[in-house]
Design a protein around this ligand. Sequence first.
Ligand SMILES: Nc1ncnc2c1ncn2[C@@H]1O[C@H](COP(=O)(O)OP(=O)(O)O)[C@@H](O)[C@H]1O
Ligand SMILES: [Mg+2]
Length: 404
Amino acid sequence: MPTNEPTVVQTIGLTKIFKDFWHRDRVVAVDKLDLNIHRNQVFGLLGPNGSGKTTTIKMLLGLLYPTRGRINVLGRAPTDVAIKSRIGYLPEESYLYRFLDARETLDYYARLFQIPRQDRRRRVEQLLEMVGLTREARRRVGEYSKGMARRIGLAQALINDPDLLILDEPTTGLDPVGTKEIKDLINFLNRQKQKTILLCSHLLADVEDVCQQVTVLYGGRQQAVGNIRELLSQKNLTQITTERLSDAAIDRICKLVAEEESKRVVSVSTPSDKLETFFLRIVKRAQEARQQTSGVTAGGRIAEFLATDASQQRPEAVVDSLIAAAESVKTTTEEPESTIPPEEPAKDVIDELLTTTQTTDSDESADMDQAASEAVTDQPDQGDREFIDRLIKGSDKENDDDKE
Ligand SMILES: Nc1ncnc2c1ncn2[C@@H]1O[C@H](COP(=O)(O)OP(=O)(O)O)[C@@H](O)[C@H]1O
Ligand SMILES: [Mg+2]
């Protein structure tokens, strides 16, 4: 896809060869990979297990040194500490401290980014609500189901309001409702907050729904790259969808196609729903029925501190977002929401963790800079927001069943 947006991530001939104890080449995990990820793109790194996705991501983050090739992330080398505060990372495996609860976990990461106390509290509460964990915020994350751990992981990746979000298998282990929520969130962060997102996954349907650009890896090598619609479109076919037609009308159309274009109608069928759409519709109906009886209140509001890059906005967009911000203030004041002041997290434990991490060079988060930009409020797309609201509202309970 031709784009004028500047490049956020670029690799040239990126190669990683893991060696064995005797320094013999053992595995070529990534082989001469060329990537170009532009600003405001959702880019998918696809491939089966072991195809080199995580290794690529770790090299982009400066967690692994490449054997060969060049990397540029946000205009710098990946090891440059100046870019750390502009990147959010959801690792494939959770690095969460089992004995901290969700609020303490987010507070801990916010402190690594040296976010001031007041701002920290605000961000933590907004993120907890956004990922639907406010009610579970006092449980230790070690007790969390896989789905809940993915959500808190995503909240952690957003705490510094990053420009570039790197998500390693964001939907693995989530049920279809959780998957849909994450996909909606990715779309929201990209469309409304202008975030650049690199995600890797082996789940093709997930990638198809959110990515504009993809690369398919196999055995560490790039097998295909391009715009997802272009890659998937069957250019030799035309599809017309109409309301249901009679057999007689179909016959006449087939004749017309033959006469006008000397072509044949390849198939006539009733389109079927994706299983995902069907499943979500059923769950939604069941949730609505339950809400009517239990009067559950809404959750899942998008975290307002997540800034839109104001410098990139056109003047009319700035005006729009100011109006939206004013409206959002209005709506928040209208809602009789009980704001329980967040309890000061287990301070001693966090202090101790911070001291240990800061003395460990190898921890990539330890030397991260002051967190980026101040908040510019922005109103989420109403459709997205309502949908996320409804899903999160009902899915908290479901997640209890989703324990490993
Ligand atoms: N630290 C390591 N040491 C040796 N081999 C590794 C290491 N990390 C990954 N590999 C190997 O590199 C290949 C790519 O792995 P990975 O990047 O994790 O794949 P993916 O994320 O696509 O599933 C695999 O063959 C894996 O076994
Ligand atoms: Mg992986």
